[in-house]
Design a protein around this ligand. Structure first.
Ligand code: TXA
Ligand code: MG
Length: 331
């Protein structure tokens, strides 16, 4: 594979798009134009690629990411589209609308891209370069806006390069973004569609397509309120952090430590990364929590995890999982 120098801006002609598609398949992250804002794109089915996205953004927490698809017909493979979702997709896809729907069981979208939720955010962008790139990659593409956390969303290739130089393999230049504002996010989880984030598709247009009003939600991924799906993933077992000496029957989640391996007939032990790689740890975090939970332990004890790099987001997520359940939030 030809490798342009890291962070370079490449044109959006077919050979360059094919190259960017190859980079995505190889787990690299790439600046991707869309009609809303530029995205920081990675293979949504590859936990390590998704971890690299969070790392590049410097996000202190794991916000769930949007999985971008090339065609509306692809959505069924990854999410469960109810009648409202189907109506909105028919009206606004391809375009600046993201639908949050129940995750399709067995779909390959990684736990980390969904931040461990049992829902998935799907969007079919209308930008021809985005669609060509997703098609070239041949898989759903996770992409948050390509700015560092807390900064302004980029609407030109050069902004992405300025924000994330050295963190992306290439930036595909698709020209300035037509809309320049993120997609509207609507959850279609139960019988009341909910507006989670205003954006490129105005509320009035949504209302018209649905034939009724939308409820209002929280833009950070937590869907709360009476009768709403509790979409926050926390293990069923109570979880405690920064435990130096886990009890003999605790399930243990550890990091770069062989101390608890083979400790006998006690609870299960998972090392998030024997080599001490925080990206690997991030990619494995939600799966590991599920695995430990499946043993129905009385408690999951987590040994200290470093706070640098993705460690901050890992610790943030664990803190939420350890919080009293009524306060659990997923942003
Ligand atoms: O226009 C856009 O949407 C751009 C382009 C690149 O597509 N992307 C973007 O991604 O704005 P991001 O990560 O900056 O924002 C995604 C939003 C967040 O507010 C996140 O909480 C919400 O979508 N979201 C994603 N998955 C969700 C889920 N399962 N449940 C609820 N909210 C979710
Ligand atoms: Mg953003």
């Amino acid at each position: 594979m030809r490798r342009p120098s890291p962070g370079s801006i490449i044109a959006s002609n077919p050979p360059e798009i094919a190259l960017a598609g190859e980079l995505l398949r190889a787990g690299e992250i790439v600046g991707m134009p869309t009609e809303t804002v530029y995205g920081l794109a990675g293979d949504a089915t590859n936990g390590l690629a998704v971890a690299a996205i969070y790392d590049a953004k410097g996000r202190p927490s794991f916000n769930p990411l949007i999985s971008h698809l090339a065609d509306p017909a692809d959505a069924d493979a990854f999410g469960v589209m109810n009648a409202d979702a189907a109506r909105l997709a028919a009206a606004f896809w391809p375009g600046p609308l993201t639908l949050v729907v129940p995750h399709r069981a067995g779909s390959p979208i990684s736990d980390l891209a969904r931040a461990g939720l049992d829902t998935v955010a799907l969007r079919v962008p209308s930008h021809p370069v985005a669609r060509a790139l997703i098609r070239a990659a041949g898989r759903p593409i996770a992409a948050p806006s390509a700015n560092r956390s807390g900064r302004i969303s980029p609407t030109e290739a050069i902004h992405v390069q300025a924000e994330l130089d050295g963190k992306v393999a290439v930036v595909v230049d698709g020209g300035p973004c037509e809309i320049g504002l993120e997609s509207t996010v609507v959850a279609c989880i139960n019988d009341r569609p909910m507006l989670l984030r205003p954006g490129g598709v105005p509320r009035e247009a949504l209302r018209q397509a649905l034939g009724r009003d939308l409820a209002d939600g929280d833009s950070h991924g937590a869907i709360r309120g009476p009768g709403m799906l509790e979409s926050h993933y926390a293990p069923i077992a109570p979880l405690q952090m920064n435990v130096a000496e886990p009890g003999p029957d605790d399930a243990v989640l550890t990091f770069a430590s062989s101390k608890f391996v083979g400790r006998g007939p006690g609870g299960p032990v998972i090392d998030l990364s024997p080599t001490g790689d925080l990206r690997q740890a991030a990619a494995r975090l939600f799966g590991a929590l599920r695995e430990l939970d499946a043993f129905h332990p009385s408690v999951i004890s987590v040994t200290p995890i470093p706070m640098h790099g993705l460690g901050e987001a890992i610790n943030d997520r664990l803190r939420r999982a350890a919080a009293p359940r009524s306060d659990a939030r997923s942003d």
